[in-house]
Design a protein around this ligand. Structure first.
Ligand code: SF4
Ligand code: SF4
Ligand code: SF4
Length: 256
């Protein structure tokens, strides 16, 4: 049986998702043995970026025009394409620069801005259609394993469609939001991490991204009652979702 051809592509990001995929998780690493790694800069010298690929995993935010062109080429040469990690799925940390005026962030880093050709940052689905979202910063073992095995089994990946709170309750955790007044983003955040942070008594900071149907105003109201300022609340809701499409959600925090 021929092994599915896998390409791993990186745009603007820390490359932590590629690290996580190839080195840090036992089951995905075992599952990867069933793939032919055709292109992945971290594990393969050279490689064939032109494909074709049965599966492309794409990490990183699109922050320059050439990246959008490259991404479209990858899409054309890939039967399946999954966005992997908060940067690719929601914009993530690189998209935070969209919260500041154009080139302000770049100006804090570079003296000479003339070689900088950055564009407004966007997740990959602003430019192409994707077949799945492997969420998180970085993704957890569950979703990585689910994504890879779904390709091998030729079925749709079964990602969770609920909030972190559901996983948190299933683990029998005491709620740190209601019991200790800690500003946890679990009620509005996509599940998939097995409630990693609240299980360690740390508030979720929403690295799996805001749920589409999340009741953001209700949680913002709760945060206000805990004494958080409006700017702190806005920061919590935009940390991983600063992309333009999600601004509207953060802007509606006062709606109820
Ligand atoms: S999602 Fe997080 S771990 Fe993955 S590339 Fe972006 S910043 Fe790095
Ligand atoms: S601790 Fe956070 S994730 Fe867990 S139930 Fe409470 S609000 Fe939800
Ligand atoms: S609990 Fe929240 S911040 Fe922590 S890993 Fe899960 S989604 Fe990310």
């Amino acid at each position: 049986m021929t092994r599915p051809r896998l390409g791993f592509f990186k745009f603007s990001c820390c490359a932590g998702c590629e690290f996580q995929t190839f080195y840090f998780q036992k089951h995905p690493a075992e599952t990867l043995a069933a793939f032919e790694i055709v292109f992945a800069k971290m594990v393969l010298r050279g490689g064939a970026p032109e494909g074709p690929f049965d599966l492309a995993l794409v990490e990183g935010t699109i922050t320059e025009a050439w990246q959008a062109d490259e991404l479209k080429k990858i899409r054309k040469s890939s039967a399946l394409l999954f966005a992997i990690g908060a940067c690719a799925v929601n914009g993530g940390i690189p998209a935070l620069k969209a919260l500041a005026p154009e080139l302000e962030v770049e100006g804090k880093v570079y003296k000479n801005l003339s070689p900088i050709h950055s564009i407004r940052p966007h997740p990959v689905d602003a430019y192409i259609q994707v077949d799945g979202y492997i969420r998180g910063c970085p993704p957890g073992e569950r979703d990585l394993h689910e994504a890879l095995t779904s390709v091998l089994a030729q079925k749709k990946p079964g990602f969770l469609r609920c909030a972190v709170c559901v996983e948190c309750k299933l683990k029998g955790n005491i709620c740190i939001l209601t019991a200790y007044g800690m500003p946890c983003m679990g009620p509005v955040t996509n599940a998939g991490c097995d409630a990693l942070c609240p299980t360690c008594k740390r508030p979720c900071y929403s690295c799996f991204g805001l749920m589409k149907q999340a009741n953001a105003p209700a949680l913002a109201k709760k945060f206000r009652s805990l004494g958080l300022s409006e700017s702190d609340i806005r920061r919590k809701f935009t940390l991983f979702d600063a992309d333009a499409a999600l601004f509207s959600k953060a802007d509606k925090l006062n709606e109820d």
